[in-house]
Design a protein around this ligand. Sequence first.
Ligand SMILES: Cc1cc2nc3c(=O)[nH]c(=O)nc-3n(C[C@H](O)[C@H](O)[C@H](O)COP(=O)(O)OP(=O)(O)OC[C@H]3O[C@@H](n4cnc5c(N)ncnc54)[C@H](O)[C@@H]3O)c2cc1C
Length: 387
Amino acid sequence: MDFALTEQQELIRKEVAALARSFSLDYWLEKDKKAEYPWDWVKTFAQAGWLGMIIPEEYGGSGLGVTEASLMLYEICAAGAGTSGASPIHFYVFPPMPVVKHGAEALKQKYLPRIATGEIVMSFGVTEPNAGTDTSRIVTRAEHAGDRFIVNGRKVWNTNAREATHMLLLARTAPREAAKPFGGMTLFFTEFDRSKITVREIEKLGRAAVDSNEIFIDGLEVPVENVVGEVGKGFYHLLDSLNPERILTGIEAVGIGRAALERAVQYAKDRVVFDRPIGQNQAIAHPLALAWAKLEQAELMCLKAAWLFDNGRPCGAEANTAKLLAAEAGFEACDAALQTHGGYGYAKEFYVERLWREIRLYKIAPVSQQMVLNYLSEHVLGLPKSY
Ligand SMILES: Cc1cc2nc3c(=O)[nH]c(=O)nc-3n(C[C@H](O)[C@H](O)[C@H](O)COP(=O)(O)OP(=O)(O)OC[C@H]3O[C@@H](n4cnc5c(N)ncnc54)[C@H](O)[C@@H]3O)c2cc1C
C-alpha cells in the first residue's frame, strides 16, 4: 500500500494552490455579494490548461483521472474559493465523463477538445421538480423523430444554466412502466438552445456567484448523433458522472473545511479574551482539533474512492461514503470555525460565514446524507430496501 502522491500529483497540488491563492478572499466575497459568475477565475484556469484534466490527450486534454481532479478541487477549496470557485471548475470534470467513457467517436471529436479549452460551458440536467432523489421518476421526454429527438419537459436546480452553452441531459425515451425503473432513460449531450429552453433563476442560501435554475424545455431538437452511449441505458452511463461527482464534492467539502479551519486557528491564536488567547481554552481548541482529525479521515476516503474509480473498480460504496463523511466533516469544521470567531464569525469580512453557508449544500446535494445511508444499508449491509 502506498499513500504517497506521485511527483506529478504533488506538482498539480502546488501549481493549483498557487493559482487559486492568487484570487483573494475579497474577490470571492465580492462575487458572492454581486451574484456575479467568476469568469476571470474560469478563464485563468482555462489558460493554464487545467480544464481539460480528464479529457484524453488525443482530444486535447491531459488524460488524467479523478484522483488528479480531486487534488485540483481540494486546493481550490483549501484556498478559500469555496463552492463559488469549485463548481464552475468541477463542471469540466464530471459531466463530460460519460462522453469520454461511452460517447461515439464523432461526438468525442466534436466536443471534447472544446471542453478542454473551456470554450464549452456545461450544465447538468437530471433533477426534476417531482424527481430529485428518485431519478427513475423523471418525466422529461425525448421522442425519436427521424434523425433527431424532440425533447419536452422541465428540470430544476440546473447549475450554470444562465451561462451554459451545452448540457448533459437525461430524458425518458421509454415509459418507466415499460422498462425497469432505471431503464428507458437516455443521456444526451446537447447544445443549450435558448430558443427552446427558458431559464428561471432560483435565489438560494449560498454560492450566489454560480447560478441555479429551473429550466423549461419546449421542443428542443437533439440530433441522434448526440446520444451518449446507448438509447435506454442513460442512467447506467450517468453513473460514470455520479460517482466522480460524489468524490469531487466530497473532497471539495474537505478543502472548504480546511480553509475555515486555517482561519479559525489563526483567530484562536490572535484573539485575546480574559487576558489569554482564546485557543488556550480547550472548549475552543478541541472542536478545531476534532475537525482536523475528521477532515483527515474524510480526505482518505475521497482519495480511496478516486483511486478505485480511476482503476476501473466498483466504487459506489466508497464514493457515497466519501461524500457522507466529507459533508459532515466539512460542515463541522466550518461551524467550529464560525463559533471560534464569536460575533465576528457572523460578519462577512471575516470570511467564514460564506464558507459556512456554502458548505451546507453538500449535506443535500449532489445526493442527500439520508440517501447515502439508504444506499449503504441496502447495497453494503444487505438490509431490506427501505424505499
Ligand atoms: C444548489 C444546488 C445545485 C444543484 N445542482 C444540480 C445540477 O446541476 N443538476 C441536477 O440535476 N441537480 C442539481 N441539484 C439537485 C440535487 O441533486 C437534489 O436537490 C438532490 O438530489 C435532492 O433532491 P430533492 O431536492 O428533489 O429532494 P427530495 O427527493 O424531494 O427529498 C427531500 C428530502 O427527503 C429525503 N428523502 C426522500 N426519500 C427518502 C427516503 N426514502 N429515505 C430517507 N430520506 C428520504 C431526502 O434525503 C431529502 O432530504 C442541485 C441542488 C442544489 C440545492
